[in-house]
Design a protein. Structure first.
Length: 340
């Protein structure tokens, strides 16, 4: 509707209709004071300027005229009115005290047979009892004993002895391995000293020192050998100059952040190492090592797997991207070699 049409409609309205229309129309202009946006609709005459004290006196006077509500129970000092709250009694938890049985009673229970224990359980009202038998009993005897006990309403369970075999000892001859390293024996490709019980700090340092003379070894496994920072720093010098080691496992040792940083620093110059495992050390390494690892791996194109527990999402994501990049490079190189 145009403005000319609005003017025509307004001209057709009577004064009373224009006044009524003015009471409902708000120009919605925030720049105008409220008194100008809406017409004054107060019919009373003004009583004067605002007087705060007069208003307070008036409110007190009106409040004094109001009658108090009648109380059903009159107020008395130090007397509770209404229903008194009584806290519900909570069931007592079962006692965790250990029964103090006499020595004579304990001796009787230790020498009691399964049938006697089952009879005792039925007398005291136990519906089920767990009994353990020795594996020396035959299966037939156990089945017959179980049938007799079930007739008396007692459920008997047998617990078999689970024998977990110990991890086989690492029988690698350390002295022989050291001699092969010193003489640069080309038959030595893998050196596995994981979980070796006879290795000590002196032997470990001797092994690392002999590694610098070997040029054909590919895999070195030194997990759980109680390696510390001294050996890790020496291993850092070996990795900087070695061009044959492709896999190195140093997990589950006592290497601190200083030793781990030295191992990671060798990746800046080492171009043959493909697998490096450093997780599960006895002490936490912190975020500086993670940031340093991400910075060094940015320029390393040969490492394919890096075993280190990251706590910061930023370095973890960067290392993940760099390892994906390196694996893509290795795949492209492998495909090109296959085609040739």
């Amino acid at each position: 509707m145009s403005s000319s049409e609005d003017e025509v409609l307004l001209q057709q309205l009577s004064p009373e209709e224009l006044k009524q229309l003015g009471e409902y129309i708000d120009p919605e202009d925030c720049m105008l004071p409220a008194g100008y946006r809406q017409a004054n609709q107060t019919e009373k005459e003004p009583t004067g300027a605002y007087d705060r004290q007069h208003l307070i006196d008036y409110m007190k006077e009106e409040a004094g005229k109001l009658e108090d509500e009648e109380e059903i129970v009159p107020y008395q000092r130090n007397v509770k009115r209404g229903k008194v709250f009584v806290e519900k009694s909570k069931p007592k938890p079962p006692s965790s005290e250990i029964l103090d049985l006499s020595d004579d009673l304990l001796a009787v229970l230790d020498n009691a047979t399964d049938d006697e224990i089952a009879d005792l359980a039925s007398l005291i009202g136990v519906n089920s009892i767990v009994c353990y038998r020795d594996d020396s009993n035959s299966d037939n005897e156990a089945d017959e004993m179980a049938k007799d006990i079930r007739k008396k309403g007692i459920v008997k369970y047998t617990k078999s002895k689970v024998i977990v075999p110990d991890e086989p000892d690492n029988d690698t001859d350390i002295d022989e391995a050291i001699e092969m390293l010193k003489t640069n024996n080309p038959d030595l490709k893998v050196l596995n000293l994981n979980n070796h019980k006879e290795i000590n700090d002196a032997k470990l340092l001797e092994v690392i020192k002999a590694l610098s003379n070997h040029t054909t070894i590919k895999v070195i496994a030194l997990a759980n050998t109680n390696m510390r920072d001294v050996a890790a720093l020496d291993l850092n010098d070996v990795l900087k100059n070695n061009s044959s080691i492709e896999e190195l496992n140093l997990e589950s040792n006592h290497i601190t952040t200083a030793g781990l940083s030295a191992i990671v620093a060798s990746l800046a110059t080492n171009t043959t190492l493909k697998y490096l495992k450093l997780s599960n050390q006895s002490r936490p390494h912190g975020t500086r090592l993670e940031e340093k690892s991400a910075k060094i791996l940015e320029n390393n194109n040969t490492l394919l797997k890096f075993g280190l527990t990251f706590t910061s999402p930023g370095p973890r994501q960067l290392v993940h991207q760099y390892l994906l990049r390196n694996n893509d490079f290795a795949r492209i190189k492998r495909v090109a070699e296959d085609q040739d």
